[in-house]
Ligand binder design. Structure first.
Ligand SMILES: Nc1ncnc2c1ncn2[C@@H]1O[C@H](COP(=O)(O)OP(=O)(O)OP(=O)(O)O)[C@@H](O)[C@H]1O
Length: 448
């Protein structure tokens, strides 16, 4: 088994004092690390160990810390101040980031996580940090996979690889997790032996949260199976990337063409059109991207596409909002016509339209993005694809009756919903192939 890049060096459990030097050694260049510290044992262990090991480090890494005050519990402000004092004693620059906006009634853990990463990313920008570092442990990893197993479609599903050691957030900030092979108890033991204390968050024991229930039940997942799932996911991503590079071509704004005669002979196709094949991995990613979705199609739907392709006849079908049209040995993909909605683009705002285009309104005028922008239609494009193209492109309108193009005052670019918000490091090769296909700036390089 070859371990891909951005992957823990060992599938065995590690101590805190082994994991941190291994992590520091894996950094490719001098790095400014912004450590996300809640004050709990994991992040205090992470920060104190990084601080200790960096005393003797001469490679020029820098340490910063930030605490998010979610304002969900009365004690949260005191806890953030406690972390501030902990950092001050060690001369580690620290910021408290406060989540001030109104809290949702449902989905609070997910909303809090979104807010936390947004605030940490803003802090990383303002402080000039190269990467954000979190204290996720092997226990968190096993809980995550335990929860995903309850919902997933069986062995081989990408989510079973768990959290990646490096994840790119908003195509801009790498989030690194050096403690994914370390048990929470090992961190606590290390802290006790150093006479260090931490804060216990009472919501970690609250059985209303699924994560807590999973933690308190027996899990059948282990580090070995996790590592194998991670390797499998990374290998599939690489195979899909090679397949896309070799076979997919963008022939108009968001219309792809695949030469099937060539694709079937692709070297990685051990079982052409099988679920484990490179084309299945590539086509499921392309279906999500072209359709503007942040998740891949379900297995059952993907099977229908693969079965059609195996039959060899012309066909037309939709999958994940993507229209697939086969004409002899060519397969065309574009966004289907259904479900395209207008979206307001207020003055100076940034919005994503249809999961496919990002717009920044640089004007002081309220605008709207509507389906039906101009499309140049080449003669080789089949009629159904051309009809969809006339609807699926964006046009910018003023809010009055008269519509007007304002391309100079509105900045627009492709948005690939599947990978642009959160990109697990396993899928980095796939993201790089998609950058080439969509002529985008390269994905920022990973610090480890
Ligand atoms: N309030 C906070 N401020 C700063 N960092 C935090 C905060 N809460 C969590 N973190 C960071 O996230 C890591 C994981 O924390 P925890 O497991 O409590 O969060 P979570 O809600 O499970 O996060 P995720 O859902 O992203 O896994 C912590 O070790 C820490 O690095």
């Amino acid at each position: 088994m070859t371990l891909p890049a951005a992957f823990p060096a060992t599938p065995a459990e590690m101590s805190l004092d082994a994991a941190i030097p291994a992590f520091l050694a894996s950094l490719k260049a001098p790095t400014t690390l912004l450590v996300a510290v809640s004050g709990g044992s994991d992040s205090i262990g992470l920060l104190s160990s990084l601080h200790d090991h960096l005393q003797a480090d001469t490679r020029g890494h820098r340490l910063l810390a930030a605490t998010v005050d979610h304002q969900l519990r009365r004690e949260s402000c005191d806890e953030a101040n406690w972390v501030r004092a902990f950092c001050a004693q060690r001369n580690i620059p620290h910021q408290v980031l406060t989540w001030t906006s109104e809290k949702p009634k449902t989905g609070l853990p997910a909303a809090a996580r979104e807010a936390r990463y947004r605030l940490l990313a803003q802090a990383a920008d303002s402080l000039g940090a190269t990467a954000i570092v979190t204290g996720h442990t092997l226990d968190d990893q096993l809980e995550t996979v335990g929860m995903r197993m309850a919902r997933t479609e069986g062995a081989g599903a990408p989510g079973l690889a768990g959290m990646a050691p490096a994840t790119l957030y908003e195509r801009r900030h790498w989030i690194l997790r050096p403690l994914l092979s370390v048990r929470r108890q090992a961190i606590r033991d290390a802290l006790i032996s150093r006479n260090l204390v931490w804060i216990d968050d009472p919501s970690n024991e609250d059985r209303r949260y699924e994560r807590v229930r999973v933690r308190q039940s027996q899990s059948s997942v282990d580090l070995q199976s996790l590592t194998e799932a991670g390797c499998l996911r990374a290998e599939r991503s690489e195979a899909a990337a090679r397949w896309i590079d070799a076979n997919a071509e963008r022939i108009a704004d968001i219309v792809l063409r695949i030469d099937l005669a060539k694709a079937i002979e692709f070297p990685a196709s051990t079982s052409p059109w099988g679920h484990d094949s490179a084309e299945a991995a590539a086509l499921s990613a392309l279906a999500a991207i072209v359709g503007g979705k942040s998740f891949r199609p379900a297995n059952e739907a993907l099977t229908r596409l693969l079965d059609q392709l195996a039959e060899g006849r012309n066909f037309r079908m939709t999958l994940s909002g993507t229209l697939f049209v086969r004409r002899r040995s060519e397969l065309f993909l574009t966004r289907e016509r259904r479900g395209l909605l207008p979206l307001s683009l207020p003055a100076h705002s940034e919005r994503i339209w249809d999961g496919r285009y990002f717009f920044h309104n640089l004007t002081s005028e309220d605008l709207q993005i509507a389906p039906g922008g101009e499309a140049k239609i080449a003669p080789e494009i089949p009629g159904t694809i051309a009809a969809a193209m006339r609807q699926n492109r964006p046009q910018i309108q003023t809010l009055g009756t008269e519509s007007e193009r304002r391309s100079s005052a509105v900045h627009g670019r492709f948005h690939l919903a599947l990978i642009d918000h959160i990109l697990p490091g396993f899928d980095l090769p796939l993201a790089q192939a998609l950058d080439r296909l969509f002529d985008r700036e390269a994905t920022p390089f990973c610090p480890i």
